[in-house]
Structures are given as structure tokens and as C-alpha cells.
Design a protein around this ligand. Structure first.
Ligand SMILES: Nc1ncnc2c1ncn2[C@@H]1O[C@H](COP(=O)(O)OP(=O)(O)O)[C@@H](O)[C@H]1O
Ligand SMILES: [Mg+2]
Length: 362
């Protein structure tokens, strides 16, 4: 999949314009504070409807304005298409080929993988950071997971309400609870499958690009304890058992103490948790390997490479490593959009970013 061009209006400090991309490597150079991250963010926003640096959409609107919009043209295996998104008076609107669509339909049409300095939070941050990330990634490749997740969150809210109000003897409670178990088990099963697959690729990528003497793996840590089989019925039964064990506590607390919203994903380097034992450099390499593995996962699920966005590459790697990585991506025919404060010795379409304006190097 390739993004051909973007148009943005009132996006942060960027001056409204149209930028056309090369299908290979695009390098945006500029000093700090010029708008490089904003440009990558605008692309990410156009593809996912979200920002990677704020949960408040209004932050993306240029100061002093009240709306923001982006339009992208892209090409997948089948044809050229376009997507647009706008926020106007706090309302978000999504369109595909100029027809309004709901978010569920918008999300997943254009697959992007981003790599930004803040991604280190995936290792050092809270379990909630990792859950949000993996839920998003699994959803990009599986519409079914996305729908199950939405349904599960709805059921979790309902169950919490019943528990909070002490209505657990109500016959509706047990009906909702069965649904809660059913959807929760589906999420856990899919997460386990995903982790199993990505963990192998993750290790291969890490060893190939960074350190062939270490083993990197990803492990799912569940409220259910050790899950011996990736089998729906088996997970549902474990879940039901766990509810029995925890039920008095849940009644006392007045909210759900069980479910995949409690689970975590652990990065292990040579069997030790990276969060506590890996060096800063190793953490960066682990995250980069993770992002490459996601590319492989998308390719497997969608039969198409996603677009790879890399922000501020100079803050991550030395120049030899940077060039190796880009050579590798180029060989795989992945479109890369990258920002850097320093020039790089690679074949790329070069742009300069200065005070929100983009200049092309012809
Ligand atoms: N909503 C906004 N409206 C206008 N300017 C903004 C907005 N949000 C951030 N900025 C400004 O945009 C500039 C560029 O930021 P950024 O894209 O992070 O730069 P870079 O990545 O090149 O260092 C910063 O000076 C920042 O203060
Ligand atoms: Mg930046």
C-alpha cells in the first residue's frame, strides 16, 4: 500500500498545502520545532483517525482556528482511492471516495505503522499503554477483533454498573455475564494467537538487525494465569471458574476484577523482562523490531505492506544502523516516510521543513 499525496488544512503549525510522496523513501529534514512531527502526525491522523501524541483531537487544530481537515490519496493492490477526515466544531467526519462513512468502516482501510521516540513507553509504561497498542494493532488486521472489542467494552460497562448497584441477583446479570465471558474469551484467544505469531517474527527481526546472541520474546500475562491451550471453550471455562473465585471480591469492590482489561504483554530478552533489565539501547531496538514485525503481521493478514512512518530517526540510531535499516525496508518495497534533523546518506525523495512550510528538493 502506498500513500500518493496528502492535503491538509489548519493542521498544527503546517501551512496548508498538498504534498506528493515517492512510493519508496521520503525524507523530511528540518531543525527542531519546524513541523516534522506534525507532518507525520497528519498522515497518521488521515489513516487512523487518531493522533499518536494526543488523545485530544482539538490539539491538532491550528491555534486560532476551529476546524482541521486532511485528505489523502492512496493506492492499494486493487486501485487508487481516497480518504478524508475533518474535525469541525468538535465533530469528526470520515469519508471514503467522498462518501461519508462511520469510523468502523474508516479504520483499517489504510494501514500505517508509526515509530516515534515516545514508543519507548510500550516497554516502560503501564499495562494500559500496551493493551491499547496491541488492541489497536490486532484491530488493524482483524475487523472481527475490532468489533468484539467494542462489544466487550460495552458488556464490561454494563457488568460494572450491575455490580456497583448491587444488582447481581438480577436474572439479566447472569445473561450479560455469559456474554461478557464469551466476548472476553474471544479477545484473549485472538491476543494469544497474535502474540504467538508475532513473537517468532519479533525474535527473527531482533536477531537479524540488532543482536544475534540474544533471544527476544513476547509473552501474554493473563488474569487467568497460565493458559495451556488456545481454545475458545477452554478459555471460557477458565474464565467462568475465575469469576466464581473472584465473585465475593467483585461484589465488595463494586466492579469487575476479571477480564482481558486486566492483562498485560511482556517483552522478554533472554527470558528477563526488558522493562527492568534491558539497557536504553536495547529497549529502542526491541521497539523497532516490534514495529517491523507488525509490518509482517499486516502483510500476512492483508496481503499488503503498510506504510511505515518514522519520526526523528536520528534520536534512535547511529548512522550505520539507520542506513542498514532503510536499505532493508527499501528491499522489501515498503513505503517509508521519515523525519530527521540530520542529513542521511540514502537514496530518497528529500523534503525540507521550515516554519511549517514544506520545500521539495527537485
Ligand atoms: N495546534 C497547533 N497550532 C499551531 N502550532 C502548533 C500547534 N501544535 C503545535 N504547534 C507548534 O508547531 C511547531 C512544530 O512542532 P513539531 O511538528 O513537533 O516540530 P518538529 O517535529 O519539527 O520538531 C512547534 O513550534 C509547536 O509549538
Ligand atoms: Mg519532532
Amino acid at each position: 500500500m502506498k500513500i500518493l499525496e496528502i492535503n491538509y488544512i489548519n493542521f498544527r503549525n503546517l501551512i496548508d498545502r498538498n504534498v506528493k510522496f515517492s512510493p519508496k523513501i521520503n525524507l523530511f529534514l528540518g531543525k527542531n520545532g519546524q513541523g516534522k512531527t506534525s507532518l507525520i502526525e497528519a498522515i497518521y491522523f488521515s489513516a487512523t483517525g487518531k493522533s499518536f501524541r494526543t488523545s485530544k483531537n482539538v490539539d491538532m487544530i491550528k491555534h486560532g482556528k476551529n476546524k482541521v481537515g486532511c485528505y489523502i490519496e492512496y493506492e492499494d493492490r486493487i486501485s487508487k482511492k481516497n480518504l478524508s477526515i475533518k474535525i469541525d466544531s468538535l465533530k469528526k467526519e470520515y469519508s471514503s471516495n467522498r462518501k461519508k462513512i462511520p469510523y468502523d468502516e474508516f479504520y483499517g482501510k489504510v494501514n500505517v505503522i508509526s515509530f516515534i521516540p515516545e514508543d519507548i513507553e510500550l516497554i516502560v509504561g503501564t499495562p494500559a499503554v500496551r493493551r491499547k497498542f496491541f488492541d489497536g494493532e490486532i484491530s488493524q488486521g482483524s475487523e472481527e477483533y475490532f468489533k468484539n472489542l467494542k462489544e466487550y467494552n460495552k458488556l464490561l460497562k454494563i457488568r460494572n454498573k450491575y455490580l456497583k448497584e448491587g444488582n447481581y441477583k438480577n436474572e439479566m446479570f447472569s445473561i450479560y455475564q455469559e456474554e461478557f465471558i464469551k466476548y472476553g474469551a474471544r479477545l484473549i484467544k485472538k491476543r494469544l494467537e497474535y502474540i504467538k505469531n508475532i513473537s517468532i517474527i519479533l525474535n527473527l527481526n531482533y536477531r537479524k538487525l540488532f543482536d544475534n546472541k540474544k533471544e527476544l520474546s513476547l509473552k501474554y500475562s493473563s488474569f487467568l494465569g497460565d493458559i495451556k491451550k488456545i481454545d475458545l471453550k477452554y478459555i471460557e471455562d477458565l474464565f467462568r471458574e475465575k469469576i466464581k473465585e473472584e465473585f465475593f471480591k467483585e461484589i465488595r469492590y463494586g466492579y469487575s476484577n476479571v477480564g482481558p482489561q486486566k492483562d498485560d504483554f511482556l517483552f522478554l530478552l533472554d527470558e528477563r523482562e526488558a522493562k527492568s533489565f534491558s539497557s536504553q539501547g536495547e529497549k529502542k531496538s526491541i521497539i523497532f523490531s516490534l514495529k517491523l514485525s507488525e509490518i509482517d503481521m499486516i502483510l500476512k493478514e492483508k496481503k499488503e505492506n503498510p506504510i511505515f512512518l518514522i519520526d526523528d530517526v536520528s534520536s534512535y540510531f547511529d548512522s550505520i544502523r539507520k542506513e542498514n535499516i532503510l536499505e532493508y525496508l527499501k528491499k522489501r518495497d515498503i513505503q517509508v516516510i521519515i523525519t530527521s534533523t540530520d542529513k542521511m546518506d540514502i537514496e530518497a525523495q528529500i523534503f525540507y521543513v521550515k516554519a511549517g512550510e514544506i520545500y521539495e528538493n527537485c
